[in-house]
Write a protein that binds this ligand. Structure first.
Ligand SMILES: Nc1nc2c(c(=O)[nH]1)N[C@H]1C(S)=C(S)[C@@H](COP(=O)(O)O)O[C@H]1N2
Ligand SMILES: [Mo]
Length: 520
């Protein structure tokens, strides 16, 4: 119950109705809120749910061909913009009418707004590929608009001194604020969703020049053994590790890379500045520091890109620097030792393609780093936008304060892929096979010991360089019963893969991989 103190000029419960102008504004505000919120939500649920696109589509389909031709002749490619402006004008008119109706005959305005929403919903539901989720933007937007109008009406009708009561000024202010908010939401929604739709199309249409120095992959990289990972990992099967909740979708035309810090000349590069250079193509195996012994957070791809040292040379690295802090568009950072990036013997690329295609969004489109011999967390920044030449005693990468070591050279590793754990295999000759890697150093040999017997040399697949993993196979006669095989690799510098067991944190797992299986 509301108690009201009597005032000479306004009796208890007396309606103070604003004039027609404020009500027209209120109707426009409610409509703007409904449409604007729907457009913003359609950015999340997908473009099919956009009421402006849906109604625009209905209009385009309904307009007679001569009118359409005239519009295109008049406005050219701005025809879509013209249609949007016409719809916006129509909505302002409808909103004004809704406000006037609400003033004259409550709740007629709210009902009309509901009808407008229903028409928008029908338009959305006629679109190809529509799903239930696409109804959400219009329904929620319309509900918000109706709610706003209802609450505004109640408050305007409330006795002047009741809590939440609105005077004429408050009524106009609330309407104006919501109108601006709704319009801003609509513009923002359309802007971001059009950018989001443009980016995948741009990636599809992207033409990257052929590498000046192509990779030559020898014929024997794959030993052709069933159950062994292919030497070249298809992009779709490539492991994915990152901190991104939603995969960044960068517009390649907007992309810029800034190279700064302890350099003589700051550089800002656009995508064309990168791809206009002589591109180098290299197969490089990427590994995650979190990969356990025998794990699969490792993959091998052919990348093309620009050697990072060429760009650093152009910028002119100043004495005293020992690290390059790379930053992604979504704020991830990696601290890479400068000497690894300057070493002419090591492949360190700003990569723009993966297996002959523009980088997949998940793997860093449009530009990422790939550095042979370093774990991804200290070197393989995806969605790269910034390189700062600095020092390890001044800066650190994302994972360093989270329990991982500042430097992350890849540890020599090998794994058994067949026989699978617990497998039963046919007697006679047993095939033990898998993959081994020591990026930037190379695999010289792989050795297998069965049941703690002597180490036997496996046959090795070919490799184009020391940057990639290497397949291996040992064919050995084994008696029936249970056996355990273990594997170790020897790197090209002569070091033997260590037997010391280490967990992945803080700088990578180590120890020999074992598989136990049964021979029939
Ligand atoms: N922007 C960004 N780049 C990143 C990461 C990340 O979280 N964000 N993770 C890194 C880690 S830990 C690894 S192992 C590799 C994995 O690359 P991939 O997902 O292409 O296999 O990306 C590196 N680059
Ligand atoms: Mo990683």
């Amino acid at each position: 119950m509301t108690t009201t103190s009597a005032r000479p000029d306004a009796g208890p419960g007396r309606r103070r109705s604003a004039g027609a102008g404020p009500w027209v504004l209120a109707g426009i505000a409610a409509t703007a809120l409904a449409v604007g919120l729907a457009e913003l939500l359609a950015w999340v649920t997908g473009p099919v749910g956009s009421p402006l696109d849906a109604v625009g589509g209905v209009i385009v389909d309904a307009v007679p061909a001569p009118v359409k031709d005239a519009v295109i002749a008049l406005f050219g490619t701005a025809d879509k913009l013209v249609l949007l402006l016409v719809m916006a004008a129509g909505l302002v008119g409808a909103g004004g009418g809704i406000g006037a109706a609400q003033r004259a005959n409550r709740p007629m305005g709210a009902v009309l707004l509901g009808v407008l929403g229903l028409l928008g919903l029908l338009a959305v539901l006629t679109r190809p590929g529509v799903t239930v989720a696409d109804a959400v933007p219009v329904v929620v937007g319309t509900a918000a608009g109706v709610l706003f109008l209802a609450v505004l009406t109640r408050r305007a009708e409330a006795p002047e001194d009741a809590a939440g009561s609105l005077d004429r000024r408050g009524f106009v202010r609330a309407s104006a604020a919501v109108a601006v908010l709704g319009a801003a939401a609509g513009v923002a929604g359309r802007w971001v969703s059009s950018a989001a739709a443009r980016v995948p199309a741009a990636r599809e249409g992207l033409r990257i020049p052929a590498p000046a120095v192509p990779e030559t992959v020898p014929a024997g990289v794959d030993l052709g053994i069933e159950g062994v990972e292919p030497w070249l990992t298809p992009a779709d099967d490539f492991y994915r590790i990152d901190t991104a909740l939603t995969v960044p979708r960068i517009d390649v035309d907007e992309w810029e890379l800034r190279i700064h810090g302890m350099v003589d000349r700051e550089l800002t590069l656009r995508f064309d500045d990168l791809t206009g250079r002589a591109l180098l193509e290299r197969a490089v195996t990427l590994a995650c520091v979190s990969n356990p012994v025998g794990g699969d957070l490792v993959g091998n791809a052919v990348w093309t890109g620009v050697p990072i040292r060429e760009l650093l040379a152009e910028a002119g690295v100043q004495p005293g620097a020992d690290m390059v802090l790379s930053t992604s568009q979504d704020g991830f950072t990696a601290g890479t030792p400068l000497d690894a990036l300057l070493d002419p013997g090591r492949d360190a690329l700003l990569a723009v393609t993966m297996n002959g295609e523009p980088l997949p969004f998940e793997h860093g489109y449009p530009v990422r780093m790939v550095v042979s011999g370093l774990y991804g967390y200290v070197s393989a920044t995806k969605w790269l936008v910034d390189l700062e030449v600095t020092r390890f005693d001044r800066d650190e990468g994302y994972w360093t304060p989270r329990g991982w070591s500042a430097r992350g050279p890849v540890k020599t590793a090998s794994r058994i892929e067949i026989p699978r754990s617990g497998a039963r295999v046919d007697g006679g000759e047993v095939v033990v096979a898998g993959t081994a890697w020591a990026q930037d150093t190379g695999i010289a040999a792989v050795q297998v010991s069965v049941d703690e017997g002597p180490w036997q040399e496996a046959d090795l697949g070919e490799v184009p360089s020391d940057d990639t993993w290497r397949q291996w196979v040992l064919r050995t006669g084994l008696a029936g019963g249970q056996h355990t095989a273990r594997v170790r690799a020897v790197a090209r510098d002569g070091t033997v893969q260590t037997a010391d067991r280490a967990a992945p944190a803080p700088d990578g797992a180590s120890g020999w991989h074992e598989r136990t299986f049964t021979v029939a």
